[in-house]
Design a binder for this molecule. Structure first.
Ligand code: 2IO
Length: 423
């Protein structure tokens, strides 16, 4: 394969990026893509270096990539005291007692959305379940009306497309900005109302939280709400689909997880390592910096390839194998700052939603697995993934033994308690 011909923007790469990771790490570890004038970094060590060296590689690129559709600054582009304080507010909303509330919300929404499919013995886990589920959970967490799910999903798709595009056409750009404007117009009156009459939801928390003794402006709250919405929704259906794909394709590991649901954490962590739903993390080179023999010039965009780094044999043994028992996974640390895999990034801006993501996927998998007896790929379905920036199954049609008695213990949309893995 001649380097001159290789492109991460090609159809061949989209069809099976894993096939090129080894070649990239070996022969083009800091691959320059002329069409978008950006570098793609694939070695584990280099990705860690880029994400940990905050002086040399900044998040300023988000001013163009995120701010226009977020309608204000996102957490990841902030620095210093402002970043520390606002990050703390968001972390507090997604850990500890707040997270326990979210787990109840997650379980209730999962039960509601899966119920209609149980008697049929067939579900497309991505399109029938994962996508509506991801949006509905966040509407509940933010205290927004669940009736608005289809509209919010359409607006978020536009925001997500803008953020995760590498080379957006002017026409798509305009379209995405329009959808983002509609989402903002929908949120601003709600935020202003919550400011006057706060409730127990996350929008109210953000409205009443103070930074430097001053409440955040409506613009700042809007941006954080859109930030949280996109970051939680965009990777969720993908992670769930990828987890089930790996388990269905590894029946012996699926059987082990069924027997011992405590293994679900490792299954989710291994899914994130082998197939991270967020595959690129952008940075801006602050000054000329050498990486694996290539000098990255000041002002260049650098994309960290989390998918390629997580399969680097220097970091994980037998890196292309799905093995929830792998000794080098470090499951307990996988959702913390000490994680070995790079699916949540690393450094100052490491994902604030890691604990929430873990709870969400574990809770829904623990609820679904006992209901989906003899789960298997639907006959005739062909597994396919897509996406350069975020990546997941296009669809995941599954067959299972039909259930006629519904979700045990589920009586409508509320009244659930307990902890993940308890089903
Ligand atoms: C939303 C790619 C969906 C984040 C982004 C502007 C900042 C940040 C991420 C993830 C997932 C998105 N970046 N979440 O990679 O908040």
């Amino acid at each position: 394969m001649a380097e001159a011909r290789f492109s991460v923007l090609s159809e061949e790469f989209d069809a099976a990026p894993e096939r090129y990771f080894g070649w990239l790490r070996k022969h083009a570890p800091v691959h320059h893509e002329p069409a978008v004038d950006a570098y793609f970094v694939s070695r584990y060590r280099d990705v860690r270096r880029v994400l940990e060296d905050h002086e040399a590689f900044t998040t300023e690129t988000l001013q163009q990539r995120a701010e226009p559709v977020m309608r204000g600054p996102v957490l990841a582009q902030m620095t210093g005291a402002e970043h520390t304080a606002k990050r703390k507010i968001v972390v507090r909303s997604f850990t500890g007692p707040a997270l326990q509330d979210h787990v109840r919300t997650i379980r209730a929404n999962a039960a509601e959305l899966v119920t209609p499919f149980l008697p049929t013995g067939r579900i497309d886990l991505v399109n029938d379940f994962g996508k509506p589920f991801a949006v509905q959970v966040m509407l509940d967490v933010l205290g927004l009306d669940k009736e608005d799910r289809p509209r919010v999903a359409a607006w978020l798709a536009g925001v997500g497309e803008f953020i995760t595009s590498v080379g957006l056409t002017d026409e798509r750009r305009r379209h995405c900005l329009e959808l983002a404007g509609e989402l903002e117009a929908h949120l601003v009156p709600v935020i202003e109302q919550r400011r006057r009459h706060p409730g127990a939801d996350l929008i109210s928390t953000l409205c009443t939280a103070e930074f430097d003794g001053v409440a955040m402006t409506t613009r700042d709250v809007t941006a954080l709400v859109v930030n949280v919405l996109v970051a939680a929704v965009e990777p969720a259906d993908k992670t769930l689909g990828l987890l089930f794909r790996h388990l269905v394709d590894h029946p012996e590991q699926l059987a082990q997880v069924r027997r011992d649901p405590a293994l679900l954490s490792a299954a989710v962590a291994e899914t994130l390592r082998l197939t991270p739903p967020v595959r690129l993390v952008p940075r801006l080179a602050e000054h000329d910096t050498e990486l694996s023999g290539t000098v990255v010039l000041a002002g260049a965009t650098v994309f960290c390839m989390t998918g390629a780094a997580n399969r680097d044999p220097e970091a994980f043994t037998a890196p292309d194998v799905f093995d929830l028992h792998r000794p080098d996974l470090g499951t307990a640390r996988s959702f913390t700052a000490a994680a070995q895999h790079l699916a949540f990034g690393t450094g100052l801006h490491q994902c604030v939603g890691a604990a929430f993501a873990r709870a969400e996927i574990e809770t829904v998998a623990a609820l679904l697995l006992p209901l989906l007896d003899r789960v298997r790929h639907s006959p005739g379905s062909r597994y396919r993934e897509t996406g350069l920036y975020t990546r997941g199954p296009v669809a995941l049609p599954l067959d299972f033994t039909p259930v006629h008695h519904g979700v045990p213990g589920h009586h409508g949309v509320s009244g659930h308690d307990g902890v993940p893995g308890q089903v």
